[in-house]
Structures are given as C-alpha cells and as structure tokens.
Design a protein around this ligand. Structure first.
Ligand code: GRF
Length: 190
C-alpha cells in the first residue's frame, strides 16, 4: 500500500477529491492530513473518512524535524492549499516526493504572495486569454520546482477573477488526483 499525506490549510476541496479518488483504490490511500489551522474544514472531512489528522505549529515545523518521524510511512506528500514555505530539511527528506498544485500557468503568476484570489486578480488585470493549473515538485522556493503537469482553460472577455477562479478550480478537481495516481505508480515502477 502506498501512503499519501495531504497538507492543506483551508477548505480542502482538492483534498476531498483526492480522498474520494483513492477511497477504493487497491494500492494507494490517503492516510494522513496535516494542517496548520486547527479550524480548517479539511480536518473534519478527513476525520469523516477515518483518516489520521495532525495540526502543526510553526515551531514544530520550522524549529524541529520531529514531523519526519510522523511521516515515516509516507510515500508522497501532496500540498493542496498549504501556504507555509517548505523548509530545506523537509525537502531533502522527501526528494521528488513533494508536489503542489498552483492555480495558474507557472512560471507566470507564482511566487510569494501569489495564492488564492491574488493569482486570479493578477491574471484578470493582465488581460490573459488563458489560465490554468500547474502541478509541480516542491523545493525551498515558492512555486519554483519542476513542473509535472499543466492544463489550461480559455478566458473570455469579461471573465473576472471569480469566474477565472471557478474555471481553474474545475481543472484542479479534474486533474489533480489522476496525476497523483500516475506519479505514484511511476515512482514505484522505477
Ligand atoms: C487551490 O486553488 C490550489 O491551487 C491552491 O490552493 C487552493 C486550495 O483550494 N494551492 P481547496 O482548499 O482545495 O479548495
């Protein structure tokens, strides 16, 4: 059995999709959800599915490396709306085993401060004709790791940030779990 740990801070709509996708999978399961917010809705969703949940404090994540013990049985770390920068010790402990989803076509509209509606507002302001999603490996810099997968959606004249957000989220829900599945199968075949 291959174990996925999801890191999420918010609503967790992507986390939910991933959990549901693997619910009946014979070889892959989500076995842990980690959040930096005690009240994050994603924790309730995970608990409903019988998944172990963990809330971490800044000091635990940045000043100790104890979390590596907690994740000893993890094969892939999936960031799904997790906003903290991943520290170097953590990246080194999971080479090519941490991925993130970003709601734009990187390398554009990435980096510090580019999250949530900030991204979609910037895309709107630039008058882009398309946006999309990027699934990428995670390193010590925001949104800079190697891109694994991208999908795009056309933007119409007059699409405001909230319309763009809706289109992009639909792409995330469509692609994230299947890309994770392919990646895990590839990792374990090599
Ligand atoms: C997604 O748009 C994802 O691209 C970004 O954070 C958002 C999380 O949304 N990294 P949700 O909590 O999964 O609904």
């Amino acid at each position: 059995m291959y174990n996925i740990t999801i890191f999420a801070s918010g609503t967790g709509s992507n986390a939910r999709k991933i959990v549901e996708h693997f619910k009946t999978h014979p070889d892959i399961r989500v076995n842990r959800v980690v959040s930096n917010r005690q009240t994050a809705a994603v924790l309730e969703m995970a608990a409903t599915h019988g998944i172990t949940t963990q809330v971490i404090k800044r000091s635990y994540f940045y000043d100790t490396q104890d979390i590596l013990q907690d994740l000893a049985d993890t094969d892939l770390i999936v960031l799904a709306g997790f906003l903290w920068l991943i520290p170097a010790y953590f990246v080194q402990a999971f080479p090519n085993k941490i991925i993130n989803i970003h709601p734009a076509l990187l390398p554009k509209y990435g980096g510090k401060g580019m999250y949530g509606m900030n991204v979609h507002r910037a895309v709107e302001a630039a008058g882009e004709h398309e946006s999309g999603i990027s699934i990428h490996y995670v390193n010590e810099h925001y949104d800079e790791g190697q891109i694994i997968f991208q999908a795009s959606c056309a933007l119409e004249k007059g699409d405001d940030a909230s319309v763009i957000a809706t289109k992009v989220l639909a792409l995330e829900h469509q692609h994230f779990a299947p890309v994770i599945e392919q990646l895990l199968l590839k990792i374990h075949r090599s």
